[in-house]
Write a protein that binds this ligand. Sequence first.
Ligand SMILES: CN1c2c(nc(N)[nH]c2=O)NC[C@@H]1CNc1ccc(C(=O)N[C@@H](CCC(=O)N[C@@H](CCC(=O)N[C@@H](CCC(=O)O)C(=O)O)C(=O)O)C(=O)O)cc1
Ligand SMILES: N[C@@H](CCS)C(=O)O
Ligand SMILES: [Zn+2]
Length: 751
Amino acid sequence: MSIEFTATVLGSARIGPNRELKKAVESYWAGTLDAAALESVARTLRENTWRELVAAGLDSVPVNTFSYYDHVLDTAVMLGALPERVQGIGSELDRYFAAARGNETVAPLEMTKWFDTNYHYLVPEISPATTFSLHPEKVLAELEEARALDVPARPVVVGPVTFLLLSKAVGGSAPLLDRLDEILPLYAELLTTLADAGAEWVQIDEPALVADRTQSEIDCAKRAYDFLSAVSTRPAILLASYFGDLGAALPVLASTGIEGLSIDLTVPGTVEHVAVVPALASKHIVAGVVDGRNIWRTDLDRALATLASLMGSAGTLAVSSSCSLLHVPYTLDGETDIVDPLRSWLAFGAEKVAEVTVLARALRDGTESVSSELDQARAALESRRTDPRLHDAAIRARLEAGVSVDRTPAEERRRAQAVRLDLPSLPTTTIGSYPQTTQIRLARAALRTGQIDETEYVSRMQSEIADVVALQEKIGLDVLVHGEPERNDMVQYFAEQLSGFAATSNGWVQSYGSRCVRPPILYGDVSRPKPMTVNWSEYAQSLTGKPVKGMLTGPVTILAWSFVRDDRPLAESAAQIALAIRDETIDLEEAGIRIVQVDEPALRELLPLRSKDTAAYLEWAVRSFKISTSGVSDDTQIHTHLCYSEFGEIIDAIVDLDADVTSIEAARSHMEVLDDLNSVGFDLGVGPGVYDIHSPRVPSVDEITESLRAALKAVPAERLWVNPDCGLKTRGAAEVERSLRNMVQAAAALR
Ligand SMILES: CN1c2c(nc(N)[nH]c2=O)NC[C@@H]1CNc1ccc(C(=O)N[C@@H](CCC(=O)N[C@@H](CCC(=O)N[C@@H](CCC(=O)O)C(=O)O)C(=O)O)C(=O)O)cc1
Ligand SMILES: N[C@@H](CCS)C(=O)O
Ligand SMILES: [Zn+2]
């Protein structure tokens, strides 16, 4: 019989409290750190993480949650499912990184959103030729490492159903769940191996089961867990669900022989569902009452009430975070700029672990044993509820009075803009950012530490802008950008200037691979004290006769990449942010900017996991974009930019945005998006990305010409724009110049 644990989290951050892993991995890629030194950094990070979790009082600690790049890629490695094209690469580590990032000769795996979070995983490719085989070395090594330190380790793996549902079938593969029977024996073998290595529990993550699933997919999940629970020598199985409600899959999973199930209790409705599944009475329920993906301090009284209501329905109960702590920063320690009362409202990773242990103690020893923690939580909650910054009467009045989102019909706008802009056919442009060089980042760091003053910083950024404008003129682009050097991040930059948001100084969260973001905290009503981008755009425009695009981030994306309020609907915050962006577009127009781009790369990302919630989301998302963009005159051209997603499900919403020009990621999906747009009658300007900016490879003129020819089959030349897939901030200066020259040459030849 397994020993039930009482306090855990479903996973932890791995990039390092000071981004140690990011720095080590990037040094390894640059050739300045060897593999042994990289492994030593990794081992220290793992050990520190485990020791902290044990010291905080967890009695079951997730392991194998470390990753050099991505845990889905790790699962592909574990199942012997790396694509053929990387197999020839000698070292295991380099093979792994080649699959993740590509190199001069090998294309990387595609990257996409991990459910509705801002984490991105690599999409495994499964072809008819893929022969799965088990490679448990990583999970075994981490288990052994942890056990050697006396850590009560619980290995975590991505489950077979989620793995196949998240993978991509290539080369004419049948639906991937048809391959379930090929990988189930490998998972069975893994379970036995882990049990032999001393694991009492294994956590198998199946978040894909909280989204809409067909009956046959749910049947597959049943088959998988009937099969795995029948393995004779194995650890107890904790099936982990998170990010949503299991719905119809809940009773099905409960009917299998698994011992434990984690439930995301931050999702409305899940508590009630647990109560009506009798089979859960024999299971260990891991109650995700501490929100693992937002940063608000937990309402401990409410969490205790939730736990109490589960008592009758669960066999045994453990307290947990709702999901892995991968999605929140490490700790509030060191966030000296975040002061009370805001600070008292927050809990980052370490503080959440402490909340889990307080709740577990309350269950074990009674609430009196944690009375002072409960009092502190109550006081913080009350101070948050009554803070005046949460309610700005002026903003609310403005929205209640109604904002017109009507624009003149697109054809009339097009005519007005053609006169004002006088662009050639197939106009060339870029998406906004140019390389964020070390020089730029160091200037910002120097401003932060007071080594340089604001005047010096502005002059350095202006010099970067001047260089970028000169470069674009030299290359011959038609619509220029200022290059966004002043932006630490396309969301944080705006949040730092809007009232109602707080920024962190070290609240790093992994976005993909070694890339991190510091999501701002939206805690109050939003307003714009003063223009945010006008000076930079105006300066760039003063250097050239060509049009310079103003560059803004849209309200949905600002919300998607922030920690959002949990006391008000997202739709309301979106409308407030939209008003601020609207005012900015009007100020840009007044400053002589003729084109304004409002980026919404996260439009698809916030799409709810359940289709019943889709229409309501798209309605407020589109409306907030239109609030942002409908304040300008007909001859000011509105662009938007969408990336990082499959757009099929939101294609109608893209039409509804009514942006004069939409630049959209297409290089990796081979222009299919244009056919999708045509199928819903989209007839505005469109710039399907003609090359993939995620890889350092420089596309040849021929390749780009081919992309453009493919685009011209779907879109008439009058509507077609020529641009890369996304911003260039992560690329090197030399490759950017060569790529853009080739792009401009391809467009010129086609004209
Ligand atoms: C477009 N994407 C974005 C998402 N989310 C966002 N919030 N922002 C995005 O742009 N989600 C989807 C995608 C994900 N893609 C990316 C792409 C690139 C990055 C990235 O490059 N992140 C940077 C950090 C950016 C930043 O905040 N920079 C700051 C601080 C820089 C820094 O580390 N400074 C050093 C000193 C200087 C030095 O040594 O270089 C320091 O403070 O120690 C800034 O520019 O001021 C990254 O490095 O990971 C993220 C998501
Ligand atoms: N304007 C932004 C969009 C990224 S999605 C950029 O160019 O980086
Ligand atoms: Zn983009």
